[in-house]
Design a protein around this ligand. Structure first.
Ligand code: ADP
Ligand code: MG
Length: 385
């Protein structure tokens, strides 16, 4: 049974009538890693894995939720003090509260939902959940909140109700995603532009290989990297006052302060400035349907994240090396680093041999099999019935 039918069966069993049906998506980021907090570009797209929710206003001031995947219920009021005990329900509660904080109306509703974004794998199942409900609540209450603000509702939900201080990329991609397009988003100005990206039409596939590891270092290292970037930008600013973040700097300006900042900060900034340029180069390449150049940039990103930014790990380097050895077009660690997935751009005819080798060789080396996720760039939050 497909996901929508399964939800509908539960919904009618539980609440009687039919509701409206909404969907949203997880996301990938083709290139542009650790650029967001440096004022640069990211290049995400929504994927064909997401959340589907059936919803109906219930004429009360309470929300009744059913998670099909967890086979669990949660029921809560809409005041700040009504925060539910279930962590998964806090994403929906947060969306309700953030909508109300922005002057939107939130009438009580009944909902059942399910999803197929792997949880915690770096595909942002949480943003999919937030944007699905942000979109649905907006529409059912006739609030007329624009998509930017719906993305911010999701981001604020993570900040204020889930304890995750995330940027805007995930919720943005989930709200603005369009089939066959990646979105180049300027994290400082929030200007964005769609770029057609249809690997299948050119004989390529996009596949994620999930190492299924998450190393402890991640959050402390993240803060250290941010500090290094700020230090480097501050040193450059002394010579070039217009430099707020590394995105305002030229490679040459970094070179000028080489002796003045710790070598480590220099290497971190070198990666970031290179990565900022690579996003632009990949966009140019895709406008020419030049997937080979785009893929080569992905390898350069991996090299930078591994050797300059130092946020890779043995498992990810192993998968990257294997991809290179097998002539995969592009491959790199996706997300903050220290675990999670590699994102791979693979020629159709190499897909199966690559996946087979990744599975068997990774398992032989690390004792557990990686997970494989095929992804197709798809629509973001929308009403489907
Ligand atoms: P991710 O990287 O996938 O966003 P997070 O830890 O940020 O990982 O978010 C995962 C959390 O989002 C889950 O633990 C759960 O609380 C909630 N969630 C996501 N998808 C679902 C779902 N299909 N059903 C219930 N809860 C979900
Ligand atoms: Mg998340």
């Amino acid at each position: 049974m497909d996901i929508q039918a399964k939800i509908h069966q539960k919904f009618t069993e539980m609440y009687g009538e039919d509701g409206a049906v909404f969907a949203s998506a997880g996301r990938i980021n083709l290139i542009g890693e650790h650029t967001d907090y440096n004022g640069g570009y990211v290049f995400p797209g929504a994927i064909d894995k997401g959340i589907v929710a059936e919803i109906k206003l219930n004429g009360t001031d309470r929300v009744n939720l059913y998670s099909v995947d967890y086979d669990a219920r949660s029921s809560f009021g809409l005041e700040e003090s009504d925060k539910p005990a279930e962590a998964w329900a806090c994403y929906v509660f947060g969306v309700c509260r953030e909508t109300i904080k922005r002057g939107g109306k939130v009438a009580g509703f009944d909902a059942a939902f399910a999803g197929d974004v792997p949880l915690g794998a770096g595909l942002s199942s949480s943003a999919a959940l937030e944007s699905c409900f942000a979109f649905a609540i907006n529409e059912l209450n006739g609030n007329g909140i624009d998509k930017f603000e719906l993305a911010r509702i999701g981001q604020s939900t993570e900040h204020n109700y889930c304890g995750v201080k995330c940027g805007i990329m995930d919720q943005f991609a989930s709200c603005f995603g369009k089939a066959g397009c990646l979105i180049r988003l300027n994290c400082k100005t929030l200007e964005y532009k769609y770029f057609p990206f249809d690997p299948a039409a050119h004989g390529y596939r996009l596949v994620l290989v999930d190492s299924c590891v998450k190393h402890e270092l991640a959050s402390s290292a993240y803060n250290k990297r941010r500090l290094s970037c700020e230090n480097a930008a501050a040193a450059i600013r002394k010579n070039h006052p217009e430099v707020e973040t590394l995105s305002d700097s030229k490679r040459l300006w970094l070179e000028e302060v080489r002796g003045e900042i710790p070598e480590e900060d220099f290497l971190r900034a070198e990666y970031v400035i290179g990565e900022l340029q690579r996003v632009l180069d990949v966009c140019d390449a895709l406008e020419r349907d030049d997937f080979e150049t785009a893929g080569e940039m992905m390898y350069q990103t991996h090299f930078g994240m591994s050797k300059l930014y130092e946020v890779s790990c043995e498992e990810l380097d192993f998968l990257n090396k294997l991809a290179r050895k097998m002539d995969v077009t592009g491959s790199r660690v996706m997300g903050g680093g220290f675990g999670g997935c590699t994102i791979n751009l693979v020629k159709e005819e190499l897909y199966q041999p690559f996946i087979d080798a990744a599975k068997s060789q990774f398992e032989a080396r690390f004792g557990h099999a990686p997970k494989i996720y095929d992804v197709v760039i798809s629509d973001g939050a929308r009403r489907i019935a």
